[in-house]
Design a protein around this ligand. Structure first.
Ligand code: CIR
Length: 258
């Protein structure tokens, strides 16, 4: 099934080494290695039948390669978010030009103060959107998102988060009713109706896989998840994201897919 035609990515900037992290013990990212991994990420995506827009690095925002957070793109509209991390908030002004290439002004919506929302907290399942209430996404942001989606005939439900940074840190939809779940998401009633693969704790990072037109991209180095996704019948490709992991980032965070 082909669902996505376009992908937007932003090259990591040198300042990425000072990006936000909850895991300083992993060390700072190696910038040159991160660039090579980003090259691989782009070439892997290009094998999935999508056109790729590559935005230039933006040194003002260390975390700006994680383009998933300042925007959410749906089949009907684009939503510019209001990132809850102060050092990332200005990224919303920098993603909008890329979005304008695909949506007219009256289909570009905005999450505004006092609402905050980051795209990493939003998981699309057809026309329904699960939204994590996190340190980055607040109740008002979710209220605004619900209202915007309703205008276009789409729905939204809130998932309270306990431990993870973003919703998609621990749960990702692979289409065909299949879902990868780790940690706190294994038992959440919200996801009861899906065919879930429970990710072992030592591979929890690999819950963040992405489905792109019947190929699933899995982070390199997580053999149980790799086998599980293969056994679901998908074409599987891997990309090493070790340098992004040091900043709590994964495969989904590095692109907007639509
Ligand atoms: C941050 O803390 O905002 C970045 N270091 C990582 C963002 C990861 N993005 C995502 O999960 N969507």
């Amino acid at each position: 099934m082909k669902k996505f035609n376009h992908v937007i990515v932003r090259r990591p900037c040198r300042a990425m080494i000072d990006g936000i992290t909850s895991a300083p013990e992993l060390g700072k990212p190696d910038y040159e290695k991160a660039l090579r991994q980003h090259d691989d990420y782009i070439s892997t995506l290009s094998r999935c039948g999508v056109d790729i827009i590559i935005l230039p690095p933006d040194e003002r925002y260390p975390d700006s390669c994680f383009v998933e957070d300042p925007a959410l793109i749906t089949r009907e509209c684009a939503i510019i978010t209001n990132p809850g991390a102060p050092s990332r908030n200005g990224e919303k002004y920098e993603i909008i030009d890329a979005v304008r290439k695909f949506f007219p002004e009256d289909r570009i919506e905005h999450i505004v103060e006092p609402g905050t929302l980051e795209g990493g907290d939003v998981m699309m399942v057809d026309d329904h959107f699960y939204v994590g209430r996190s340190a980055r996404t607040n109740a008002e942001g979710i209220r605004q998102l619900t209202e915007i989606l309703a205008k276009y005939g789409m729905t939204c439900s809130e998932v309270p988060l306990e431990k993870v940074l973003h919703l998609k840190t621990g749960v990702n939809y692979l289409e065909n009713n299949k879902m990868l779940v780790a940690g706190e998401f294994v038992t959440k009633p919200d996801f009861e109706k899906y065919e879930k693969f429970e990710i072992p704790e030592d591979e929890a990072y690999a819950a963040n896989c992405i489905w792109v037109n019947d190929t699933v991209i899995v982070p390199e180095g997580y053999p149980h998840v790799l086998e599980a996704v293969k056994s679901m019948g998908y074409t599987v490709l891997t990309v090493d994201t070790s340098e992004y992991r040091k900043l709590d980032g994964g495969l989904s965070c590095l692109s907007l897919r639509f």
